[in-house]
Design a protein around this ligand. Structure first.
Ligand code: UT7
Length: 322
């Protein structure tokens, strides 16, 4: 029985940070940020990841016309949970009153939502569960060194969610591909709390902020994303022309434009909202998907190709027939 996406929702915080605001913090300019990334503004949260995830989740449940008690699973793709434990999914469960659900987080950075979606699909297809809430939510703003111009201009906070259910029908969440390369993990990393105990020397010099080799991540993205998209299309017996929208992780306009060129597809098929929100990590794909859905741009039978990449390194792509 296919797994269908029956409701989407998203949430971004109210607090807006413009490129002009950042000009006052670091040696940068609106012109540089716009030209190199396409980003104009981003949102930052003072409330945290679970707060945003719960709001996105409520909107997705409302859109699906479902009660939280009906959920069998809640999966959150995040690398910036408010706590090391309990996990974010359990916090969402408590806030929603989704008492029956089994809840866990999945850490795959910007690929987080795709990895949770694909994981949920496999559980549902197996028959183990009927209905899952999948969420991508991240608060990258708390990991950023706001004095490092090479990273602080790029990221924003947000959450996106979708309800997926195993039900009769001829289509839904289709084939997927995922990959990882831990050997290149160092090019985009953020340490967690250092080991501090009486038996080891405290690693006090370790700063818990994000660091990135932007060019290496850029090269990885423009090579790997089209490769995985092409491989998935081949696997599913489809061509790029069969896809209505390519919903890519929103990291950089130049990366998306490069992928569009490589796929020989018009840029209009690659919707973007990174100008408004920046790179919201695991939240970027489900926020964009929800926006397209709410704007009435998705019709039954439309094929969508979702593709993400991020720290790990991790990457993945999924085809959905709406
Ligand atoms: O979710 C996945 C997460 N990450 C990504 O997807 C990031 C992928 N990488 C990128 O998007 C790009 O590499 C960046 C946007 C991060 C950087 O763009 P770039 O065209 O690769 O710039 P660059 O790192 O080669 O830096 C060019 C210059 C350097 O100055 P010099 O050495 O040429 O004098 C940088 O110091 O730009 C400088 N620079 C800045 N200047 C003004 C770096 N950041 C800034 C800044 N404002 N914010």
């Amino acid at each position: 029985m296919p797994v269908r996406m029956i409701g989407t929702g998203s949430y971004v915080p109210d607090k807006l940070v413009t490129n002009e605001d950042l000009e006052k913090l670091v040696d940068t300019s609106d012109a540089w940020i716009t030209e190199r990334t396409g980003i104009h503004t981003r949102r930052v949260t003072g409330e945290g990841t679970a707060f945003m995830a719960v709001r996105a989740a409520r909107r997705a449940l409302e859109a699906a016309g479902m009660e939280a008690e009906e959920l069998d699973m809640i999966l959150v793709g995040t690398s910036t949970g408010d706590f090391l434990f309990p996990n974010t999914a359990c916090q969402v469960q408590a806030a929603l009153g989704a008492d029956r659900a089994v809840c866990f987080d999945l850490s795959a950075a910007c690929s987080g939502f795709l990895f949770t979606l694909n994981t949920a699909k496999v559980y549902l297809e197996s028959g183990a569960y009927q209905t899952a809430l999948v969420i991508g939510a991240d608060t990258l703003s708390k990991t950023i060194d706001w004095e490092d111009r090479s990273t602080c201009v790029l990221f924003g906070d947000g959450a996106g969610a979708a309800v997926v259910r195993r039900e009769q029908g001829s289509f839904g969440v289709g084939g997927f591909l995922m990959g990882s390369d831990g050997g290149r993990g160092g090019c985009l990393a953020c340490p967690s709390a250092p080991v501090k105990n009486p038996w080891f020397v405290p690693r006090e010099e370790l700063r818990e902020v994000l660091s990135m080799n932007g060019q290496e991540v850029f090269r990885f993205a423009v090579k790997t994303v089209p490769e995985v998209m092409e491989a998935l299309l081949r696997q599913e017996g489809l061509e790029a022309g069969n896809i209505k929208y390519f919903i890519l992780h929103q990291a950089n306009e130049r990366i998306i434009a490069s992928v569009a060129r490589r796929m020989k597809q018009p840029i209009e098929k690659f919707p973007m909202d990174l100008g408004q929100y920046g790179n919201t990590s695991g939240a970027s794909i489900p926020i964009l998907l929800d926006e397209l859905n709410r704007e009435g741009k998705l019709s039954e039978g439309d094929r969508l190709l979702l593709a993400g990449f991020g720290a790990g390194l991790t990457w993945g792509a999924t085809i959905i027939t709406w």
